[in-house]
Design a protein around this ligand. Structure first.
Ligand code: FAD
Length: 433
């Protein structure tokens, strides 16, 4: 009886739950310290730089002394690196730390985060290949990853001959190719205008179709390929103009041209029979990063929306006090949680799996980038008309999120590839497995 009365009259309510900077999770002390340091950099350096660069023309953005160069210099002098490679930290822990760090970069500015990622990419892939000469050649340089070309966009992501349309007699060799002869790789052609860091890069990893002496295609009409690291100060290399575009404007993008550019075969990080495995592995790494950094962007958009609903009054109350708004915030928060979980799972799988695969990381990239777009869109909607103006941060986040649904593989294509991968894996079905 007394107990029942106590329960009925008690005013003690459950306290608010514990949350980290990144929400509902428990970080270790070291992880939290890393997150806080990266968050400080993202808040104080990346975000203001990203906003400033976004408003410049593509040419102004990379002119000497621009906020882009100030940002790159600050990142370098602060020891901020995208690559979390370490011989001391076990891969599972490293994958988690990388996810925490990259989420903060994405929170700061998704365009600059991609610029940092692309800058580190040739060096990361040289390390993966265990090629010390290339590790030294790429260290401290601004890198780029050259895969897409004017006539070879999604076709460059086709790993299996069976993916080609029934009417296509052979694959697409594109506009940038290599010929291997006499210990040299000779490169000719051009990349697409989409190469991240294209106008500013000093070194690049090229993932392109190659002729080893018997033509560009195998017996099934599928192209041979090569992944090769190329210093961009070699004779025959030139840079295109920086690209004007809708989103991720803080990320310089543009063509790279190659006119009889010659490097030794030892500059290849994967070639011949190994090429498709190398390409798949490189691309898996990129796909993982996309999920992490877009989680950061979505978290940023959600936080702006949370702040705004506590300021704006309509219908006689703060927006935050309306149940419909709370429901919309709940949907956004769930999406951010979902993205983080998927991005972390893809990072861990890719770090630990004996056979990782870009069609899986492509699937995780689609989940994260589509959800990031939905969160950015809803955050803008919560700002009402103000969301469309340059006075508020939403329209930039919306544009940045939009770009990610095409970047690193167009989302419909990647979705299809993840489905295709499942049909390959489970040809007998999974029932009763
Ligand atoms: C922000 C950003 C950064 C990027 N960074 C880089 C980089 O660093 N390096 C690099 O090399 N590239 C980069 N890219 C290029 C990117 O990888 C390509 O844009 C992407 O792969 C799609 O290629 P595409 O633009 O040529 O489109 P396309 O392949 O021409 O696709 C156009 C449309 O056709 C559809 N389609 C294509 N093929 C098929 C098919 N087989 N069946 C049915 N439908 C199909 C697609 O779904 C899409 O809707 C970047 C792009 C962006 C937006």
């Amino acid at each position: 009886m007394t107990q029942r009365k106590d329960a009925a009259t008690s005013s003690v309510r459950p306290g608010l739950p514990y949350v980290e900077q990144s929400g509902f999770e428990i970080l270790g002390d070291e992880e939290r310290a890393i997150q806080q340091a990266m968050h400080k950099f993202a808040r104080e350096v990346m975000r203001p730089a990203g906003i400033a660069i976004d408003r410049l023309s593509a040419e102004e953005a990379i002119a000497p002394g621009s906020p882009y160069w100030e940002f790159m210099a600050t990142a370098a002098s602060s020891g901020i690196e995208f690559d979390a490679t370490s011989d001391d930290v076990p891969p599972r822990e490293l994958a988690r730390i990388q996810a925490i760090v990259v989420e903060e970069f994405g929170w700061g500015d998704a365009g600059l985060a991609v610029s940092l990622a692309a800058a580190a990419f040739p060096n990361m892939m040289a390390k993966r290949a265990g090629n010390q000469e290339l590790v030294e050649l790429t260290a401290g340089k601004i890198g780029a990853w050259v895969a897409s070309q004017p006539d070879r966009g999604s076709d460059g992501t086709m790993l299996y001959p069976a993916e080609r349309h029934a009417l296509a007699p052979q694959g697409n060799k594109g506009n940038l190719t290599a010929k291997i002869s006499g210990g040299d790789i000779v490169i000719n052609g051009q990349s697409s205008a989409w190469v991240s860091n294209g106008p500013v890069a000093q070194v690049a990893i090229l993932s392109i179709v190659a002729d080893y002496g018997e033509g560009f295609f195998d017996g099934e009409g599928h192209p041979h390929g090569i992944e090769v690291i190329v210093p961009l100060d070699l004779p025959g290399v030139s840079h295109g103009k920086p690209l004007e575009k809708l989103g991720k404007r803080a990320l310089p993008q543009g063509e790279l041209y190659f006119d009889d550019v010659r490097v030794p075969v030892r500059y290849a990080v994967s070639l011949g029979e190994d090429y498709w495995h190398g390409h798949a592995s490189t691309w898996s790494t990129a796909g993982v990063a996309m999920g992490q950094l877009m989680t950061g962007l979505a978290r940023g958009a959600f936080e702006y929306a949370l702040e705004y609903v506590h300021e704006r009054r309509q219908g006689g109350a703060l927006l935050a006090e309306h149940q419909m708004v709370q429901s919309r915030l709940g949907a956004m928060a769930r999406k951010v949680e979902m993205m983080r979980a998927v991005a972390r799972r893809a990072a861990e799988y890719t770090a630990l799996s004996p056979a990782k695969h870009p069609y899986y990381t492509g699937g995780s990239k689609v989940t994260c980038t589509d959800l990031a777009f939905e969160v950015a869109d809803e955050a803008l909607q919560l700002f009402g008309g103000y969301g469309l103006t340059r006075e508020y941060p939403m329209e930039k986040l919306f544009r940045d999120a939009r770009a990610a649904r095409i970047e690193d593989g167009e989302n419909h294509l990647l979705n299809m590839k993840f489905g295709y991968l499942n049909t390959l894996l489970y040809q007998g079905g999974r029932v009763g497995a």
